[in-house]
Design a protein around this ligand. Structure first.
Ligand SMILES: [Zn+2]
Length: 262
């Protein structure tokens, strides 16, 4: 019953006219939006209405929340959802916390001798499976403006959200939930093989100081690999499809989008 009301509410939100002011914001802040096919832009504008209504945005560290910030973040988060089957608007996510620039977070690590070390690190973004994404507006702006450097903190953190929808959060989001069990199984088999090979390859390249298309932060673990690969897929699709054709195909099949054609 709940989903009946939710779907009805979402249909109403999707039918709302997209404010001209939001179009103007995206023209300035997100050049990628203009490149999308017309029907994708239309779907995006519908998704953005739902996203903005359902997610709570909060300015932190003195940041005053504005439509520019909300719409720019929502649009990039919704681009990942555009053709995902049964995508439920990042169902675990409730709040998006935005700092003006990089922010300091405490992190803990354990040494081999078992001592806990506390350290402060500067961060541009974080994604939590407990319902929040944290972003630096400065990094969001740069990431959205430069569409070809393969660095986009919103794509990165929301790829983590997709991954975290799956309890294992190990770099394999829910694949093809609209297909039958056999077809789904074969998608997972193929995904696991390609992702493992590409991840190990990136680890090897990083270890040997080689120049890589994918940011070597992706060599940290399979979850970071998926987040970094998502950034590269949307921002450097031509190079990714040429240099890592299998990885490109897996991501194309998962997102059901083909950024090479934009
Ligand atoms: Zn990450």
């Amino acid at each position: 019953m709940f989903s009946f009301f939710k779907n009805r509410r979402r249909r109403k939100l999707r039918a709302l006219p997209f404010p001209a002011a939001w179009d103007e914001i995206l023209e300035v802040t997100m050049p990628l939006f203009a490149k999308l096919p017309a029907e994708d832009k239309l779907t995006m504008s519908e998704l953005i209405q739902v996203f903005l209504e359902e997610k709570h945005f909060e300015g932190c560290g003195g940041l005053k929340m504005t439509d520019e910030i909300r719409v720019t973040i929502a649009a990039q988060a919704c681009l990942l959802l555009l053709h995902l089957p049964k995508a439920d608007f990042y169902p675990k996510l409730k709040s998006i916390l935005v700092y003006p620039a990089s922010y300091v977070a405490d992190s803990f690590s354990m040494s081999e001798s078992g001592h806990i070390h506390e350290s402060e690190s500067h961060r541009l973004g974080e994604s939590w499976s407990t319902g929040s994404v944290v972003l630096s507006w400065n990094a969001v702006e740069q990431g959205a403006l430069n569409t070809e450097d393969g660095q986009n903190v919103v794509f990165h953190e929301f790829a983590h959200q997709l991954d975290q929808a799956n309890p294992a959060s190990d770099g394999a989001p829910y694949l093809a939930p609209d297909l039958g069990i056999r077809a789904r199984r074969s998608k997972y088999v193929s995904w696991a093989r390609v992702m493992r090979e590409e991840f190990e390859d990136l680890q090897f390249q990083e270890k040997h100081g080689k120049k890589t298309l994918l940011d070597t932060y992706g060599a940290t673990n399979p979850a970071e690999f998926f987040a970094v690969a998502t950034e590269t897929f949307f921002e450097r699709p031509d190079e990714l499809s040429e240099e890592h054709p299998e990885l490109y195909l897996e991501l194309k099949s998962y997102f059901r989008q083909d950024p090479v054609t934009w």
